[in-house]
Design a protein around this ligand. Structure first.
Ligand SMILES: NC(=O)c1ccc[n+]([C@@H]2O[C@H](COP(=O)([O-])OP(=O)(O)OC[C@H]3O[C@@H](n4cnc5c(N)ncnc54)[C@H](O)[C@@H]3O)[C@@H](O)[C@H]2O)c1
Length: 254
């Protein structure tokens, strides 16, 4: 039997939201696994810095800063990847936002931004990349969802709705594109250790609520989320599609 290998050697991966915590960690893990990575985000400065930190061999890593919450941006992004790197083997949709608000105070603008960035833009980037993958005979899409796609969290009516949508979209695209050898899966983290969650944890009641809700009594690390994403993106997961994998220390098993 061949020794199983978790490698992305010779694979070209587009990672949206790579200027953020989770997308950035995925880029580093993918780079270490041998992938050529195209980084997307909103901060050109951060993307340039990250690009310089990744391994490069024959094809250099590349990046593009573009707001995916505008019409046509998804296609523009995918066109840029194809122009720069020739094709797309793997798409990771890690761009996303959260605007915590009580349901009775949610503004139409915040609702639209959360739904448009987390769900609509994710669909249209997948659509544009999916067309390339259909043409080339296969590919892998990994969506960064959240435990909020299956359990309700306070102050997150729009966010939970968007992530529930991401989970169903993952299944729908997996079904549609299975015949093209494209797998579509999602990683669903609990709260992840980032500077953002660190500042939320200054609220001791909130910190207690989160840690009491996780049977393993700790948040996920960026690397743990990135490693799970790597599994879905690798050949080891070739037959796995339409699955939502919680990375949540057991929050959603209760
Ligand atoms: N941090 C957590 O605790 C946690 C837990 C579960 C799921 N998630 C999900 O993981 C993903 C990444 O979150 P993160 O913690 O790294 O957040 P982050 O804020 O560090 O990164 C978000 C990324 O999305 C990009 N982005 C946001 N709006 C955009 C827009 N309009 N156009 C283009 N790019 C845009 C940002 O540039 C950034 O690169 C999100 O989908 C989030 O919902 C996060």
């Amino acid at each position: 039997m061949k020794r199983p290998e978790l490698t992305l050697e010779n694979k070209i991966a587009l990672i949206t939201g790579a200027s953020g915590g989770i997308g950035g960690a995925i880029a580093k893990v993918f780079g270490a696994a041998g992938a050529k990575v195209f980084l997307h985000g909103t901060s050109e400065e951060k993307l340039k810095k990250l690009s310089g930190e990744l391994d490069t061999e024959s094809i250099p890593n590349a990046y593009k800063a573009i707001d995916i919450n505008i019409s046509g941006a998804a296609q523009e992004l995918v066109d840029a990847v194809v122009n720069e790197m020739g094709t797309i083997d793997i798409l990771v949709n890690a761009a996303g936002i959260n605007r915590p608000q009580k349901p009775e105070e949610v503004t139409e603008e915040n609702w639209d931004d959360v739904m448009n960035i987390n769900l609509k833009a994710l669909f249209f980037v997948s659509q544009a990349a999916g067309k390339i993958m259909i043409e080339r005979g296969g590919g892998k899409i990994v969506n960064i969802s959240s435990q909020a796609g299956v359990v309700a969290l306070p102050l997150r009516a729009a966010y939970c709705s968007s992530k529930g949508g991401v989970n169903q979209l993952t299944r729908a695209l997996a079904l549609e594109w299975a015949e093209h050898n494209i797998s579509v899966n999602a990683v669903a983290p609990t709260f992840v250790q980032t500077p953002f969650t660190e500042s939320m944890f200054k609220d001791e009641d909130f910190k207690k609520y989160v840690l009491d809700s996780i049977p393993m009594r700790r948040m996920a690390t960026l690397e743990e989320v990135a490693n799970t994403t790597l599994f879905f993106a690798s050949d080891l997961a070739d037959i796995v599609t339409g699955q939502i994998l919680p990375v949540d220390g057991g929050w959603t098993i209760k």
